[in-house]
Design a protein around this ligand. Structure first.
Ligand code: C2E
Ligand code: MG
Ligand code: MG
Length: 746
């Protein structure tokens, strides 16, 4: 229908799937973060490992390079010795070679070969005997290096050679020149293993595995295969025209492997699940707490049925908006009271009652600025708070509100109308605080409700004084009801045709020490509004029935007694039982009791009235419609209401004879009512003319000062005892015709 105003921040709840989604997202994010962190960590580890290997490789490569260069230098020294001493012979060569080899033990052999590449001198001669006179032309790799040395006239280093018997070796060829003469070559054979051992320490060997190759063949390998080849690093070095590839890999891998990665992911997943669960639990708990806070807030501030703010919210809104109200920008408060609403609930159930409230809300919302302007201020009270536009007036606003509420409510095939009263107060003129404004609007409402028919009142100073007096009156009346200070008088009802005493109408009287004699027209509305009508009505019912029963017994014939019921009494569902109880207790036959109801009861909700009266009349009680002819008299009521008589209102009878229109209408009304099988009672008959006109129109009964004022019980008793027939008002002797008819009076 409409959105309930938003609660303040802090009360907002997460929608249901959100906590789950947030928790899952958190879990996934956490897992993602774990995997990412792991990857960064692993990458760092790998990079660290690699950096270590590269550093180690650089050290070994440097060492190896220096070693090789040192060995090549040593070969050059041998050549220098040759070149320096032109006459040096085999023995000198052997001696120089021995000296050099002792300093450079990786030399497996130091040879001299002639210009054709045939090894002539070998050192050490014993182990190298087999190489003597060997032409290196037969060893392709050696021959390639040799030719390079010969062609360039510079030192050349071979690749990996498999020389007999010494396993893998590297050969160095160094041309010897003296002047323009080529004097053969120094051929140094280096044992790579010995060279490598000098290039790195034992500690190093424990940490790294390495290999050296010429690109095709391995010349040295610390292990049969390079350990952890995936982490290997390599570098090349070029010596004597030969390129060497040095590869190195760590023996111990510090980088965590896939197994550790899976463990980390598994732990991460478990933690993520725990975290998600905790997060979900936390959110749900918070949500529930907020939910219950929200519920408490809603219950404290909003009406469940209409969704509107309640009385607390109304006060809060007034406090918020009042400071801004000024003569130029007034704020109006309208209190709207729906009459008869409790009846809808009690007769048709709360579902229909709620439906009415929702319709009212919808209609009112169409007229106000926003849902924040409308409140449900009580079970059957609404309130409107809104600024009054310059072009608008409180009267106009009240009329607009009234026009939507006076339309019938169509509920479950029934058409109901509820009387509605409004009290208006305008700020700052009628109050600048919430309490004052509410109190004054309430005074105006009280006054409007006393008007009985739908209407509104705007607060004024007079109204306030009137309300104060009314409150005083109410308190005095309460005392009077409690202390049994009320009395009953009885007004005879006379049959028109023969002036028989037909019965009595019981009328309540109250004389207060402070206010004096207060007419029922004044105190009955006060009693109705204050709830006093219930005890008052019960007292009247009991007293009048007891009186009628007593007279019936005393005079041996039933005495008819009419009792007035105010609308709120009729609408009280307990009334039916109450009446039955009183009839039982007093022993008054039901047909002796006439309950007078007023037209206003039927006017607002005919269906309800019909329903209630049917229940009420069931034991055999008669129901009369009082004050007929005032207000919105409609014959439509007469056809539907389960009544036996109508009482033409006093105001109506007053103009009888003097106003031809009224006179004519009266005649027609009497005829019409009788056509519907109803009796007609003329009320307030004061003149002979009125009586005669009524008699001419065949009116059934009359009541008025012409025959008797309402009299105390004692006098009524005398009337009963002494006279069955009232004298003709023109003071002629009372005709004694038709004595057997009517209520027999002894
Ligand atoms: P009502 O039921 O229409 O009662 C008739 C009223 O007309 C009475 O006024 C009565 O005194 C007055 N009346 C009768 N004949 C004449 C007449 O010839 N001329 C004039 N001027 N008045 C006449 P009362 O007693 O002041 O009662 C006024 C109203 O108060 C009653 O109107 C009735 O609606 C209400 N009332 C009186 N007693 C009770 C009661 O016990 N319960 C309830 N709920 N209402 C009561
Ligand atoms: Mg009456
Ligand atoms: Mg009346």
């Amino acid at each position: 229908m409409h959105a309930t105003p938003e609660p303040p921040r802090g009360f907002l709840r997460l929608r249901q799937p959100l906590p789950l989604a947030v928790s899952l997202l958190l879990a996934l994010t956490f897992l993602g973060a774990v995997i990412f962190a792991w990857q960064v960590f692993a990458r760092n580890q790998r990079a660290q490992q690699r950096a270590d290997s590269v550093r180690a490789l650089a050290v070994v490569a440097n060492q190896l390079d220096s070693q090789l260069r040192a060995y090549l230098g040593a070969a050059r020294i041998l050549r220098s010795e040759w070149q320096r001493d032109g006459s040096a012979g085999y023995a000198q060569f052997q001696a120089d070679a021995a000296t050099i080899q002792s300093a450079f033990p990786a030399f497996r052999a130091l040879n001299w070969m002639d210009n054709d590449g045939v090894i002539r001198w070998v050192y050490p001669s014993r182990s190298n005997q087999a190489a003597q006179n060997q032409a290196i032309r037969n060893t392709p790799d050696a021959w390639t290096a040799f030719r390079r040395a010969r062609d360039r006239g510079a030192l050349a280093v071979s690749g990996v050679l498999r020389l007999q018997p010494g396993g893998r070796s590297i050969a160095v060829y160094l041309p010897i020149r003296r002047g323009a003469h080529a004097e053969g070559y120094i051929n140094a054979v280096i044992e790579p293993e010995a060279l490598m051992r000098q290039a790195y320490s034992r500690q190093f060997a424990r940490n790294y595995s390495l290999s050296l190759s010429d690109g095709r063949h391995t010349v040295f390998a610390s292990d049969t295969e390079l350990q952890n080849a995936a982490y290997a690093v390599q570098s090349t070095l070029k010596v004597g025209g030969q390129t060497w590839l040095l590869r190195l890999s760590p023996r111990n891998i510090r980088v965590a492997g896939a197994d550790v990665a899976w463990t980390v992911i598994a732990i991460g997943t478990v933690l993520a699940v725990i975290m998600a669960w905790l997060c979900y639990w936390l959110l749900i708990t918070l949500n529930e707490r907020r939910g219950s806070q929200l519920q408490t807030y809603r219950a404290a501030n909003f009406d469940r049925v209409t969704g509107l703010g309640n009385t607390f919210r109304l006060r809060a809104q007034l406090r918020e908006k009042l400071p801004a109200a000024s003569a130029a920008a007034p704020l109006v408060l309208v209190l709207i009271h729906l009459g008869r609403f409790p009846l809808i609930n009690s007769i048709y159930g709360f579902a229909r009652g709620d439906a009415v409230l929702r319709i009212v809300t919808k209609r009112l919302l169409a007229l106000v600025d926003s849902v924040e302007c409308l409140f449900r201020n009580g079970s059957n009270e609404f309130a409107v708070v809104m600024p009054l536009a310059e072009s608008d007036s409180e009267e106009a606003l009240a009329k607009r509100l009234m026009s939507v509420l006076s339309e019938a409510f169509e509920i479950h095939g029934m058409s109901l109308r509820l009387p509605c009263s409004m009290g208006l107060a305008v700020a700052p003129e009628h109050g600048t605080s919430a309490d004052d404004l509410l109190a004054n609007a309430e005074s105006a409402l009280v006054q409007a409700r006393e008007d009985k028919v739908s209407g509104h009142r705007v607060y004024s100073e007079n109204l306030r004084t009137g309300t104060a007096t009314k409150l005083r009156l109410e308190s005095r009346l309460r005392k009077a009801v409690e202390n049994g200070k009320l009395t009953l008088v009885y007004q005879p009802i006379v049959r028109v045709a023969d002036r028989y005493l037909h019965g009595f109408e019981a009328l309540v009287r109250w004389t207060d020490p402070e206010f004096g004699s207060v007419p029922p027209a004044t105190f009955i509305p006060v009693a109705e509004q204050s709830g006093l009508i219930e005890p008052l009505g019960r007292w009247v019912l009991e007293k009048a029935c007891a009186q009628a029963a007593e007279w019936s017994r005393e005079f041996g014939k039933p005495v008819q007694m009419s009792i007035n019921l105010s609308p709120s009494q009729v609408l009280d569902l307990g009334l039916v039982d109450e009446v039955r109880r009183v009839l039982d207790q007093t022993g008054l036959p039901p047909e002796c009791l006439v309950l007078e109801i007023t037209e206003s009861l039927a006017m607002q909700s005919l269906d309800v009235a019909v329903d209630l009266l049917n229940r009420l009349k069931q034991p055999g009680i008669n129901i009369a419609l009082d004050d007929f002819g005032t207000g919105y008299s409609s014959f439509n009521y007469l056809t539907r209401l389960p009544i036996y008589a109508i009482k033409l209102d006093r105001e109506f009878i007053r103009n009888l004879g003097s106003d031809p229109r009224v006179t004519k209408i009266t005649g027609m009304m009497i005829q019409l009512a009788q056509t519907l099988g109803l009796q007609v009672v003329g009320e307030g008959v004061e003149t002979l003319q009125q009586y005669e006109l009524l008699r001419d129109y065949d009116c059934d009964l009359v009541q008025g000062y012409l025959f008797s004022k309402p009299v105390p019980a004692e006098q009524a008793r005398i009337l009963l005892r002494e006279s069955r027939i009232f004298p003709h008002p023109d003071s002629h002797p009372v005709p004694r015709r038709g004595m057997g008819e009517g209520v027999p009076i002894p």
